[in-house]
Design a protein around this ligand. Structure first.
Ligand SMILES: [Zn+2]
Length: 272
């Protein structure tokens, strides 16, 4: 048995799911392999910690009845013959069901007990949205909105040369009500990025530009525009020309979207 096979079997082993021959084989590997033994110990301790009383509580009777009823409905639906039609949704594989039931059980408990529950860790993108807003706030508070203050795109764009491995698109949108204020280097998602600063009336807009592989899930698929709201700021995320762009402002969403459209069209047309 090698470490890859061993790793796959540690959890079933702890749960007593291996047949005696497999269990003996795994035990033999664990005796000879400190890494797998450590991993097995770790998982056993985690399992023990999760089984302590502190983390468990009994579901109220009403909830148990609701779940039992839901399970019965599910079973009834399963046993009904299905007519294959073109529009029928693909049947989920059976292994989904326990997970789906567990998920709805957790949701039902959370909903019925009124407790605040956090089910998921923040996705990478959520943390980038938070950083975008933090960078925006910092740029306003520190009086460090721009490293290069200029309304001339032919001054701002070359300023980034040699400082970043991308050339951010820059276009002055003064005639459309969004004058360019300048640019600066900032830091986002663990890398230096270009920050372009625009203004609409008295509202500053930061546009962060980085290579398209950064700050998203990395599959590189085009995904249209996404909008977020974070601490009272609106954030838009989109991609163009192999870059990933984030616009953030206290402008309302409609105005920020107007800006985004002008920016994307303007920079595409000027070829910058
Ligand atoms: Zn091993």
């Amino acid at each position: 048995m090698n470490c890859k096979q061993s790793t796959d079997l540690i959890l079933p082993h702890l749960e007593g799911e291996l047949d005696p021959a497999q269990a003996a084989e795994l035990d033999a590997h664990l005796r000879g392999c400190p890494q797998c033994r450590a991993s097995s110990d770790e998982q056993r301790q985690l399992g023990a910690a999760l089984k302590t009383q502190a983390l468990r509580f009994a579901a109220p009777a009403k909830l148990r009845l609701r779940i039992a009823a839901a399970l019965e409905d599910e079973a009834a639906a399963e046993s009904r013959p299905r007519m294959p039609t073109a529009s029928a949704p693909p049947r989920r594989p059976a292994y989904w069901r326990p997970a789906a039931m567990a998920a709805s059980l957790v949701l039902a408990i959370a909903a019925s007990s009124g407790m605040t529950a956090y089910f998921t860790l923040p996705r990478q993108q959520d943390t980038v949205v938070q950083q975008v807003v933090s960078d925006h706030i910092r740029s306003l508070m520190a009086g460090h909105l721009t490293d290069v203050a200029s309304s001339d795109q032919h001054t701002v764009k070359p300023w980034f040369h040699g400082k970043l491995d991308i050339s951010p698109p820059v276009d002055d949108l003064k005639d459309q009500g969004f004058p360019l204020v300048g640019g600066r280097l900032d830091y986002l998602d663990e890398r230096p990025v270009a920050a372009l600063v625009y203004r609409h009336r008295q509202h500053p807009i930061n546009v962060f530009v980085m290579p398209a592989d950064a700050g998203d899930q990395g599959d590189g698929a085009p995904r249209g525009m996404e909008s977020f709201s974070e601490r009272g700021f609106n954030v838009l995320h989109w991609r163009q020309g192999g870059m990933s762009l984030w616009a953030v402002s206290d402008l309302n969403l409609a105005e920020l979207r107007d800006f985004q459209k002008l920016f994307e069209t303007g920079t595409a047309q000027s070829g910058s």
